[in-house]
Design a protein around this ligand. Structure first.
Ligand SMILES: Cc1ncc(COP(=O)(O)O)c(C=O)c1O
Length: 396
């Protein structure tokens, strides 16, 4: 059944065929290995598998054929040596950081990260004797100044929630190399490999909340990591005991989502750009945050390291909380819900969502104002989407 391996070039072709050779059945859609354990023929075979790195058929927390198919696809899409899947994006982030750092090490991170990553950096790592410095991700000088002799890792995320700031990935790579090979990890959730490939720019490891665009259908919670063999082997050994394993069915769902990633991202990008341009000229919008707009303060940088600008954007309405709330409750298609990156347009009020993590003063200082609405733009037809926001804004 196995065919000669093709040299896959395009992102959508990779998404469709990268895992084909791992499906050793004649079924076009591969089976789900819904099992926790696998049999061995002899004590010798069992002993061999039990000590192997990432065996696919031993015990599902160690690996599973459904994991392997997603990992192979992501490896091809991101252009890495190898990949791993996890039970959530936080499982991937936690494992990437905690597997590499020891007491006495230092990590440089951004002031803005996904909230769960911020909690890990602020509340957990210091308890383990790991020092953390926070920088403004838009300032290369702050990154350079933060590096110390014991810096082991620079952890970045770009574009970032909800104001879509960009980190200069080429600069981070140069900085890390020039200071003795500091490890670099980038959360690529918002961009996806279709829009941004940090590994090609020299970043060591990419992490994802695969719950978002990789899955794409708001039906699976998962995480992923792509990078170098040596780094990921350490991560795999750590993740075994952290227990952030993905279920075979969820891995199957991820592969199913991945097969249309290129098509979906194209549509997300296009719809988000149309909505960003619509808000940019609307009298009720004070400001639009979208890296694909020339008015974005880091447009040139975004353009230089991204090939598309994602389906995420935020708009600040002139009427503060009342206007934001009215817009969200007047939408007929788009829904008020957390998460992002799926088929349906979702909106949230960041000032409310981040009220636990950030005080009102901190929110104001970072630009998360009461009038801000974050939009995860879905796959709808553009005219329907624009009509929905137009009629909702008319109510504001
Ligand atoms: C950028 C980013 N990274 C990581 C995560 C965490 O992923 P998960 O919810 O799959 O654990 C999220 C979740 O919203 C996210 O937006």
């Amino acid at each position: 059944m196995s065919k000669e391996k093709l040299n896959l070039e395009g992102m959508q072709t990779k998404a469709v065929y990268a895992a084909k050779n791992l499906n050793q059945t004649s079924a076009i859609s591969p089976p789900i290995w819904q099992t926790t354990t696998f049999s061995a023929e002899s004590a010798e075979e069992f002993a061999e598998i039990a000590i192997a790195t990432k065996p696919q058929e031993f015990y599902t927390r160690y690996g599973n054929p459904n994991h392997a198919m997603v990992e192979e696809t992501l490896k091809e899409l991101e252009g890495g040596e190898t990949a791993l899947v996890f039970g959530s994006g936080m499982g991937a982030i936690f494992s990437a950081i905690a597997s590499q750092l020891n007491a006495g090490d230092h990590i440089v991170a951004q002031r803005n990260h996904y909230a769960g990553a911020t909690t890990l950096l602020k509340d957990i790592l210091p308890r383990w004797g790991i020092e953390v410095s926070y920088v403004d991700q838009t300032s290369n000088a702050e990154f350079a100044d933060a590096v110390k002799p014991n810096t082991k890792m620079i952890y970045v995320e770009t574009p970032v929630n909800p104001l879509m700031q960009i980190t200069d990935l080429r600069f981070i790579v140069e900085l890390a190399k020039s200071r003795g090979g500091i490890l670099t990890v980038c959360d690529n959730t918002f961009a996806t490999p279709v829009n941004q490939r940090p590994l090609e720019l020299g970043i060591d490891t990419v992490v994802h909340s695969a719950t978002k665009y990789i899955g794409g259908h708001h039906d699976v919670t998962a995480g992923a990591m792509v990078g170098k063999q040596e780094f990921l082997e350490r991560v795999w050994k750590f993740a075994l005991v952290a227990g952030a394993a993905l279920s075979p069915f969820d891995a199957w769902l991820l592969l199913r989502g991945l097969r249309t990633l290129g098509l979906r991202i194209e549509r997300h990008n296009r719809n988000a750009m149309a909505l960003a341009r619509f808000f940019e000229t609307h009298a009720k919008a004070a400001r639009v945050y979208y890296p694909g707009l020339e008015s974005h303060p880091q447009y040139e940088l975004a353009n230089s390291q991204m090939s598309g600008f994602t389906g995420m954007l935020s708009v600040e309405l002139r009427g503060g909380y009342t206007a934001a709330d009215k817009l969200m409750s007047s939408l007929k298609l788009a829904t008020r819900a957390a998460s992002l990156g799926g088929f349906e347009t979702l909106v949230v009020h960041p000032a409310s969502m981040w009220s636990l993590q950030l005080s009102a003063e901190q929110r104001a200082a970072t630009g998360i104002n009461e009038g801000l609405v974050r939009i995860s733009v879905g796959l709808e037809d553009e005219p329907d989407l624009l009509r929905d926001f137009e009629q909702a804004l008319a109510e504001v």
